[in-house]
Write a protein that binds this ligand. Structure first.
Ligand code: PLP
Length: 396
């Protein structure tokens, strides 16, 4: 039996494929260090878990409003005011089953067949694939280590056409760790002001995992706010990946469109996770800040490792928990047995010879890169990065 043509349009996330491969190797008894991880290795803070238990005992067992409980949407608005000094009302908020679903809703709500969507590389794996599902045209704009993996206003201006409908980016960025400053966002905003047909998706899911200060949102520029869709969620900042809770803040029109789609896809997010999310968003951020302290310590150690690896060019990340070194120096090199032609080869070489999993740069639209996580214990970081260093040193 034939399956639908939608399936031919997009790829399975390379990140999830690596996670699957790691689990499989482990079940075969291989001592794999997983540095392909895209989630904090911490447990969800106790006060949030307690809120979920209370919600179960309070019988929050029914369908919720499609866009989320009103008091959760209010908590999101309060968070946006507290952390970002942004004014939103509950009608602007849609809570979804993870930021991934928020992104899917929003792309399906905005992008029509043939519409162009600009995505600076490297980008989070899902962006391009959801655009392909919507039959939009992905237009990649290459950023490099030299410009801090950030798109310049000139590059943006050159990429926009009359057909451009959406611009998608994350700051802090997965995978590069780049964080846009207020001035850099202001310069991009000047370009967007000239092109009123373009929506801007600002993925701020790594907001709290920021090593240089406070998160700046492009939604702060008044003339743009109606066209900006903030995507955020609890997965990274509160160590709640499995709870599946994300949200958008958008114009009431876009929020309504996302709610309509979600009404057919999921009927809304898990009620227990929503009740717990209210507590997470309304409480102090102490637990998140503790996590960031530990990520900072690990990042420092990781950068020491990278400095000692010949041929590797690596930018120090300002946010998130990945490094995204340029590994093209190794293309064409061999350990006498395996020849590395590209990033996927290097990724497989590291898993086969060093038993360390990473994610190929191709998955993020940057074939010279390799994403290596530091969302793992210091012990595993020591082991994993030592193994990588040893394996790379054998390539000549
Ligand atoms: N956006 C970015 C940049 C991410 O890295 C991720 C997860 O890896 C997500 C969105 C999706 O997060 P979730 O669906 O867990 O809320």
């Amino acid at each position: 039996m034939a399956l639908s043509s939608i399936l031919d349009r997009f790829n399975e996330p390379e990140t999830l494929k690596m996670a699957k491969l790691c689990r499989q190797l482990r079940s075969e008894g291989v001592d794999v260090i997983d540095l392909s991880l895209g989630e904090p290795d911490f447990d969800t803070p106790a006060h949030i878990k307690e809120a979920a238990i209370k919600a179960i005992n309070d019988n929050y067992s029914h369908y919720t409003p499609v866009a989320g409980f009103l008091d959760l949407k209010e908590a999101v608005c309060n968070k946006l005011k507290r952390d970002n000094n942004l004014d939103y009302k509950p009608e602007n908020i849609v809570v979804s089953t993870g930021a991934k679903q928020s992104i899917a809703n929003l792309v399906l709500a905005i992008v029509d067949k043939g519409d162009e969507v600009i995505i600076p590389t490297p980008f989070w794996v899902t962006y391009s694939e959801v655009v392909k599902i919507a039959e939009g045209t992905v237009k990649l704009v290459e950023t490099t280590i030299e410009n801090g993996f950030k798109i310049t206003p000139e590059q943006l201006e050159a990429a926009i056409t009359e057909k451009t409908r959406l611009f998608m980016f994350s700051s802090p960025c997965n995978p590069s760790g780049a964080v846009y400053s207020k001035d850099e966002l202001a310069a991009l905003a000047e370009v967007f002001k000239k092109h009123p047909q373009v929506y801007i998706m600002s993925d701020e899911i790594y907001e709290y995992i920021n090593f240089i200060g406070k998160n700046e949102s492009i939604a702060q520029f008044d003339e743009l706010k109606e066209r900006v869709v903030i995507v955020n969620g609890l997965s990274k900042g509160f160590a709640m990946t499995g709870w599946r809770l994300g949200f958008i803040a958008a114009s009431a029109e876009v929020a309504k469109a996302c709610e309509k789609l979600q009404g057919q896809f999921t009927s809304g997010t898990n009620s227990i996770a929503q009740r717990a999310a209210i507590v997470a968003l309304n409480s102090s951020l102490d637990a998140s800040l503790e996590m960031v302290k530990e990520f900072t310590r690990r990042k420092k150690r990781v950068m020491e490792f990278m400095a000692g690896m010949k041929g590797v060019k690596c930018l120090e990340p300002d946010g998130a928990f990945y490094i995204f070194p340029d590994v093209s120096y190794f293309f064409g090199k061999t350990d006498g047995e395996t020849t590395i032609q590209n990033s996927p080869d290097l990724c497989m070489y590291l898993i086969n010879k060093a038993n360390v999993s990473t994610v190929m740069g191709d998955a993020f639209g940057s074939p010279n890169g390799l994403r290596i996580s530091f969302a793992n214990s210091m012990e595993n970081i020591e082991k994993g990065y030592s193994r990588i260093a040893e394996a790379l040193a054998k390539l000549n």
